[in-house]
Design a protein around this ligand. Structure first.
Ligand code: GLU
Length: 470
């Protein structure tokens, strides 16, 4: 069998982690079997779909490198095709026009609920012989009244639905636009999709889609319904919580695509105790049978850990590329021009996100630091003299490399008889305003002579101001 999977988002907002996980599983399954992966934008809800969301979906998938072999298809461009099928179904008595008013449907629903029944359409228009093309109507599918339909979910096993429980669901709305439960199974079949991997929220749609496909003589694909991702409060994450769980919020924090994919793969799927998967590993090891049946809880700490791992282990040039796109997308982040190669050199092994890398770098490249309070020894004569000599030696240094910078520090430590560790701490404080940083000789090397000198000048000024205020 030639495997073909699809990702079929509705462009009604940004993709969230749950959407991306289904896209990833579908993509991996197709890659594993040398099959095809198709992208279909389900934009028949004209009021809720937007061009911006469509663009963002495509941009996000490209950023994640989940590249499709076919599409993107847009359902809104296939309306004529869908409507021809619907008209044919009416002629063949597989579907019917329903003229029931909203008022009638509301009363019906309220009555059913009041006697403890599950609300469903009562088939009022199912057998009327007259049709009024011009009267407002919807088109409904004639769902079989008897028997049952089995959803053979490849992860959950067989799920049986009685037909008596199912509605004559709507195929086409009053505005002439076909519904999700019509377009999606038709497209899945006509686009030769063999495996539909989608969120569990669609599990109640699947028996309808199977009945519908069988009624028009088409084969249903295999189905896999993936359990939801829960937030810290144990609630299912949704598009409405875009600011928290939308992919953009992770991009803004400076997550790498590798970390997001690896994290999402493991959230609801496992391969022994392995945590880290390269893309090749993912493709090799992925199998449907290891997809979990129960919901998974999002763990932001673990996501950060994963991101830190990838920042550390991916090549420096690649991190630089990401820092570049990241800082370009965050308009006001870089207040001054910083060489991102230097940022990577300094902070690749110390930060959990790209944002943190840039934020840690910014003060290093400023000519002035902010000092909250100064340890008294740092304004003592010996330290200031050492700093003065250091500045002089640094400005005379022609051979700008870490070793020569370090040997200046070592020689001054000896000359002034101050423990080298203390000298490092002192210089770190003078040059970064902090008591933690990458190796100070590396910092000096990367920020360069000019900035080092002006930072020292600023320190002298600062101390002087403090002294005259006393
Ligand atoms: N368009 C649907 C959604 O975004 C998914 C449809 C499907 O996968 O069957 O929820």
């Amino acid at each position: 069998m030639n495997i073909k999977t699809r990702f079929a988002p509705s462009p009604t907002g940004n993709l969230h982690l749950g959407n991306i996980r289904t896209a990833l599983y579908s993509w991996l399954f197709s890659r594993k079997f040398n099959g095809k992966f198709l992208l279909r934008i389900e934009d028949t809800d004209l009021t809720r779909s937007s061009e911006k969301s469509k663009k963002n979906i495509i941009k996000t998938l490209k950023w994640l490198n989940l590249i499709w072999d076919e599409g993107p298809y847009y359902q809104s461009k296939r309306l004529e095709y869908y409507n021809d099928i619907i008209e044919e179904m009416i002629v063949k008595n597989l579907a019917y026009r329903c003229y029931c008013s909203l008022e009638r449907l509301n009363v019906l629903r309220a009555n059913q609920i009041s006697v403890g029944k599950k609300p469903k359409y009562d088939g009022n228009c199912r057998n009327i012989s007259r049709t009024f093309q011009n009267r407002p109507h919807v088109v409904r599918f004639k769902n079989p009244k008897e028997g049952s339909v089995v959803v053979k979910d490849l992860v959950r096993g067989d799920i049986v639905f009685c037909n008596s429980e199912l509605d004559d669901f709507i195929l086409r709305r009053e505005n002439g636009i076909p519904t999700y439960n019509f377009c999606t199974p038709i497209d899945d079949n006509k686009m030769d999709i063999t495996h539909v991997i989608r969120g569990e929220e669609h599990i109640n749609n699947t028996p309808k889609q199977i009945n519908f496909l069988h009624a028009i003589g088409l084969k249903a694909p295999e189905y896999i319904h993936v359990a939801p991702i829960l937030n810290q409060e144990g609630k299912k994450i949704s598009k409405r919580e875009d600011k928290l769980y939308g992919i953009e919020s992770y991009q803004k924090k400076g997550f790498l695509p590798e970390a997001i994919l690896n994290y999402l793969l493991r959230l609801g799927w496992s391969y022994g105790n392995l945590e880290i998967f390269s893309i090749e590993d993912m493709i090799n090891y992925f199998s449907l049978k290891s997809i979990g049946k129960s919901p998974s809880m999002l763990n932001q700490k673990k996501m950060l850990w994963m991101n830190e791992y990838y920042i550390k282990s991916l090549p420096e040039f690649y991190i630089v590329q990401h820092l570049k796109t990241f800082s370009e997308s965050q308009k006001n982040l870089l207040k001054q021009k910083i060489d991102l190669n230097k940022v990577a050199k300094l902070f690749k092994n110390r930060c959990q996100t790209l944002l943190e890398m840039i934020e840690c770098s910014l003060p290093l490249f400023q000519e002035k630091n902010e000092f909250e309070s100064i340890i008294p020894t740092y304004s003592s004569k010996a330290f200031l003299k050492l700093l003065y000599k250091f500045q002089k030696k640094i400005s005379d240094l022609t051979d700008w490399n870490i070793i020569s910078i370090n040997s200046i520090i070592l020689s001054l430590s000896k000359k002034f008889q101050i423990d080298v560790k203390e000298v490092y701490m002192f210089l770190r404080f003078v040059l970064t305003g902090k008591n933690q940083s990458p190796k100070i000789s590396l910092v000096i090397y990367e920020i360069g002579k000019k900035i080092t000198i002006s930072k020292i000048n600023y320190y002298f000024q600062y101390i002087y101001q403090k002294m005259i205020k006393k």
